[in-house]
Write a protein that binds this ligand. Structure first.
Ligand SMILES: *[C@@H]1O[C@H](CO)[C@@H](O)[C@H](O)[C@H]1NC(C)=O
Ligand SMILES: *[C@@H]1O[C@H](CO)[C@@H](O)[C@H](O)[C@H]1NC(C)=O
Ligand SMILES: *[C@@H]1O[C@H](CO)[C@@H](O)[C@H](O)[C@H]1NC(C)=O
Ligand SMILES: *[C@@H]1O[C@H](CO)[C@@H](O)[C@H](O)[C@H]1NC(C)=O
Ligand SMILES: *[C@@H]1O[C@H](CO)[C@@H](O)[C@H](O)[C@H]1NC(C)=O
Ligand SMILES: *[C@@H]1O[C@H](CO)[C@@H](O)[C@H](O)[C@H]1NC(C)=O
Ligand SMILES: *[C@@H]1O[C@H](CO)[C@@H](O)[C@H](O)[C@H]1NC(C)=O
Ligand SMILES: *[C@@H]1O[C@H](CO)[C@@H](O)[C@H](O)[C@H]1NC(C)=O
Ligand SMILES: *[C@@H]1O[C@H](CO)[C@@H](O)[C@H](O)[C@H]1NC(C)=O
Ligand SMILES: *[C@@H]1O[C@H](CO)[C@@H](O)[C@H](O)[C@H]1NC(C)=O
Ligand SMILES: *[C@@H]1O[C@H](CO)[C@@H](O)[C@H](O)[C@H]1NC(C)=O
Ligand SMILES: *[C@@H]1O[C@H](CO)[C@@H](O)[C@H](O)[C@H]1NC(C)=O
Length: 462
């Protein structure tokens, strides 16, 4: 019995002796950060008698890292066969990301200063928080460049997606960027590229770590002016200028050649003139100030207006010839209608224009008219008046102070008379023929002169 025990002790000593080449067996299960795990170290050979000393040591990456905090060790002895035992030490600890890629050493010391040790690398699978770097504000036309990274073991796959604005579902367009580097690049960004982007790091096919980032694109669109620019006198002028931009721009309204701000606002500004008068017409400028760019848009406000038929618009009856003058002022220039002329085939209309004043003179053979109506109109409205007829004595008033008009009237009347004679004569001629010529009428041309005081057009015959 004693002999047997001795041999057993001897056996262990020998094995330990030769065991300088035999190393302890260290078993490390797959380690996951945060999950408590146990490492085991088994002394080589089978011993009997006094148990060896098993110690664990650890060295971290930093110089002062020398032990795993919160560890526990457990020594176990297992009877294999009668009298022979297996000695094992179990090191239990909570693995952390910091423990990854470090090493543990298990040292087995036998009696008589015989030691053997084994060192193994500790791999801990872990994933840290997702980090996004890069500028979240980008000017339109430039490149958006974001980088998503996550510290993990083993490496994670990184994907980028854009959140659609309508629902918080992931947009269909995930960016096919390199899943290892996690770089997101969008060249020539537009305003539509603004929004929330989500970076997802997939670790070991099961853990998804996300981080979202809000990208804002700095941009400005051309200012837009809305509202009617042609207004009637007395109406309300209302023009709105707006410029779509980010960040919002400051909109100001000014009038050309005047630097007083008429109105201003953020994003848009409305110019309101409650009672428009002639002096309000002209060019207005909308300025959009956006960071250090300035965009302007101009608009021309035109005022449409027309005066009543002016006093001095009269009819004069001399001999058989009725001459009427009708004067009105306006913008755009008024045009005249003489309902009287609907009953006449022979007449002359002379129009003279001076600035915004239009003087329409009609000469017609009188057929016993009592009232002559004159109608002037433009885009603004229509004005009309009944002109009074003043009878003039044929010779008495034809003084030199009357100017050329009576001569024109006389000339026109003479022409009309001559034409009538021609007319009667031609009628007489056609009467002899089989069929009368229907188109045998006399017209006076109607013309509008832009700058000249007045213009007389000689009659022609068709
Ligand atoms: C190790 O040193 C760092 C600074 O170098 C210190 O922050 C840390 O607390 C130290 N750790 C221990 C366990 O002493
Ligand atoms: C385990 O913790 C103890 C202190 O509780 C420490 O002395 C020892 O070095 C640690 N072991 C390892 C392997 O870090
Ligand atoms: C192992 O054997 C020893 C005697 O050799 C005995 O005292 C001990 O209880 C045994 N242990 C187990 C777990 O069987
Ligand atoms: C940027 O995009 C805009 C609109 O999509 C396009 O008009 C422009 O040509 C692009 N510029 C470059 C440099 O690609
Ligand atoms: C990992 O993902 C790939 C593809 O998505 C799949 O084929 C594979 O089965 C997954 N592995 C595990 C362990 O889930
Ligand atoms: C995006 O991130 C912010 C803050 O990190 C969070 O409050 C928000 O809920 C996230 N949105 C989505 C859709 O994940
Ligand atoms: C208008 O601008 C001129 C120079 O363009 C300046 O001299 C003048 O002081 C300005 N007036 C006002 C009221 O700002
Ligand atoms: C323009 O805006 C400023 C404030 O930004 C305000 O003090 C000023 O009165 C505004 N001017 C006009 C004409 O609205
Ligand atoms: C508009 O202005 C004119 C001239 O200044 C004035 O006679 C008129 O009463 C004003 N009308 C209104 C509605 O204010
Ligand atoms: C705005 O001005 C700053 C400096 O004043 C300059 O660095 C920047 O490029 C300018 N931005 C634009 C869009 O011109
Ligand atoms: C209109 O023109 C005629 C000449 O064609 C002139 O005699 C008359 O005085 C003018 N009337 C007015 C109001 O200007
Ligand atoms: C002019 O007289 C006619 C007939 O008398 C009348 O119907 C018309 O309303 C009058 N027009 C004006 C503007 O007074």
């Amino acid at each position: 019995m004693f002999l047997l025990l001795w041999t057993a002790v001897l056996l262990c000593e020998i094995s330990a002796d030769t065991g300088l080449s035999q190393k302890p067996t260290v078993v490390i299960p797959p380690l996951t950060a945060g999950q408590q795990s146990t490492l085991t170290c088994t002394a080589p050979g089978l011993c009997s008698g006094s148990a060896p000393d098993i110690t664990w040591s650890w060295r971290g990456k930093r110089n002062n890292d020398s032990y795993i905090t919160g560890n526990t060790t457990e020594f176990k002895t297992e009877n294999v066969t009668a009298g022979t035992q297996r000695h094992t030490s179990a090191l239990t600890f909570n693995p952390l990301a910091e423990h990854h890629s470090t090493s543990v050493t298990c040292k087995v010391s036998f009696r008589g200063d015989i030691t053997t040790e084994e060192t193994q690398t500790v791999n801990v699978s872990y994933v840290k928080e997702v980090q996004i770097t890069g500028s979240r504000k980008v000017t339109e036309g430039e490149t958006l460049s974001l980088n998503c990274s996550v510290e993990s073991f083993p490496p994670s796959l990184i994907t980028w997606a854009k959140m659609s604005e309508s629902d918080l579902q992931e947009d269909t367009d995930t960016f096919t960027q390199d899943q290892r580097t996690g770089a997101l690049s969008i060249y020539n960004v537009t305003a539509e590229d603004s929004g929330q982007y989500v970076c997802t790091a997939t670790h070991l096919n099961k853990t998804h770590k996300m981080r979202n980032v809000t990208v804002t694109v700095i941009y400005i669109r051309k200012p837009q002016i809305s509202g009617s620019t042609a207004v009637n006198e007395g109406d309300v002028l209302s023009l709105t200028c707006s410029a779509e931009s980010f960040p919002p721009s400051v909109i100001t309204w000014t009038k050309l050649s005047s630097n007083t701000t008429l109105n201003n606002g953020t994003g848009s500004a409305t110019l309101v003139i409650p009672n428009v008068t002639a002096e309000h017409s002209g060019q207005y400028i909308c300025t959009a100030n956006h960071l250090n760019t300035t965009l302007t848009e101009r608009v021309t406000v035109t005022l449409t207006w027309i005066t009543e038929i002016q006093t001095g618009s009269v009819c004069e009856l001399q001999s058989d010839v009725l001459t009427c003058w009708c004067v009105s002022e306006g913008f755009p220039l008024p045009t005249f209608k003489w309902p009287l002329l609907e009953d006449h085939t022979q007449y002359s209309v002379v129009t003279s224009v001076s600035k915004q004043t239009v003087n329409s003179t009609v000469t017609v053979r009188n057929h016993g008219n009592t009232a002559v109506e004159c109608v002037a109109s433009n885009e603004n409205r229509e004005v009309k008046a009944n002109l009074t007829i003043q009878t003039k004595l044929p010779e008495a008033d034809a003084g030199p102070q009357r100017g050329v008009l009576p001569w024109i009237v006389a000339g026109v009347s003479l022409t009309v008379n001559v034409l009538c004679i021609i007319c009667i004569w031609s009628l007489w001629n056609t009467r002899k023929k089989v069929k009368p010529n229907q188109e045998d009428r006399v017209y006076m041309s109607i013309q509008k002169a832009e700058t000249s005081e007045y213009e007389v057009i000689t009659p022609y015959q068709t």
